[in-house]
Design a protein around this ligand. Structure first.
Ligand SMILES: C[S@@+](CC[C@H](N)C(=O)[O-])C[C@H]1O[C@@H](n2cnc3c(N)ncnc32)[C@H](O)[C@@H]1O
Length: 279
């Protein structure tokens, strides 16, 4: 069992970047009445208490959601994401941060479903608790890569897969494009969002090269660098969206400069939105 625990990092700049893009993908799915199914390979516990010891120890959320929380000037396109956090904290002080399952849950309508994979017993139990009694949500304690392939394609045909591993296994960078290719062979109309860290070793290039060479189309990449790369530590956050929905590129071109300005930690902060593979 791997040792990564997201409670130490919840609400950090990478979560904000990832969940903001996730909110735009969910908005796009909601434009049609037809049902959709949302999948996650690595769901986490679904909701994080930022006042607990783990989050307080690193205080990473202060450089992430903490910076946006008291912002008066929020772009319209970021409002639905911020609303998801406000709904968890109706009485102002920032206490709870939604994991990606709780962000996605906000967009589920009666006709939609969500299938979440989480392997760690300590994380899967609170995740089950969070959605207990909601017939639209399935929580599965199994390997995320194996589980999502086994459950796709869904009867709904429309849907989104979020892939958010901890990348403790270095092979993940190399193996992920092959897995995404398998997913699209089974379910060609899926939208698939892959989060990756920007680290000084630059291993994410392997992932991007693999995606580029996979034959898959419409791959949009949005990267946020909050500082210049140091010797160690994550200096940025990346998201690659395969089969990106219409206008996502334009939305992210509006949102990403704002995000880089709000979350930047030094003068090197920057962002880029590019088509890794166009239509
Ligand atoms: C980065 S965290 C997920 C954060 C979550 N997606 C969010 O944005 O709120 C990665 C999660 O994957 C879980 N995990 C690790 N290996 C796994 C595997 N093989 N299959 C499913 N989950 C796994 C970890 O326990 C951890 O909770």
């Amino acid at each position: 069992m791997l040792s990564y625990q997201h409670s130490y990092h919840a609400g950090n700049f990478a979560d904000v970047h990832k969940h903001l893009i996730l909110s735009r993908l969910l908005e796009a799915l909601q434009r049609k009445d037809k049902p959709f199914c949302y999948f996650e390979t690595h769901a986490g516990r679904g909701r994080y208490n930022l006042t607990e010891a783990e989050a307080q120890k690193t205080a990473e959320y202060r450089q992430g959601i903490g910076r946006l929380w008291e912002q008066a000037q929020i772009p319209d396109l970021a409002r639905p994401y911020l609303a998801a956090i406000q709904e968890l904290n109706p009485h102002a002080p920032l206490r709870y941060y939604p994991g990606s399952p709780a962000v996605a849950h906000r967009w589920l309508r009666d006709q939609d479903r969500m299938q979440l994979m989480e392997l760690h017993p300590q994380e899967v139990q609170p995740l089950r608790e969070l959605f207990r009694g909601d017939r639209r949500v399935g929580v599965h304690q199994r390997d995320g890569f194996e589980g999502v392939l086994a459950l796709t394609p869904p009867p709904e045909k429309r849907g989104l897969v979020l892939i958010d591993p901890s990348y403790e296994l270095k092979e993940d960078y190399r193996q992920l494009p092959q897995w995404v290719d398998k997913l699209f062979q089974r379910w060609s109309s899926a939208v698939c969002a892959i989060w990756y860290p920007l680290l000084p070793q630059g291993r994410h290039q392997l992932l991007l090269r693999g995606l580029e060479q996979s034959g898959l189309r419409k791959i949009l990449v949005a990267e946020l660098e909050v500082s210049a790369p140091g010797e160690t530590g994550m200096y940025g956050s990346g998201m690659a969206v395969v089969n990106a929905p219409w206008q996502l590129d334009q939305e992210l071109e509006q949102l990403m400069p704002w995000l880089a300005a709000e979350l930047g930690q030094d003068a090197q902060a920057r962002q880029r939105v590019t088509w890794l593979v166009p239509e």
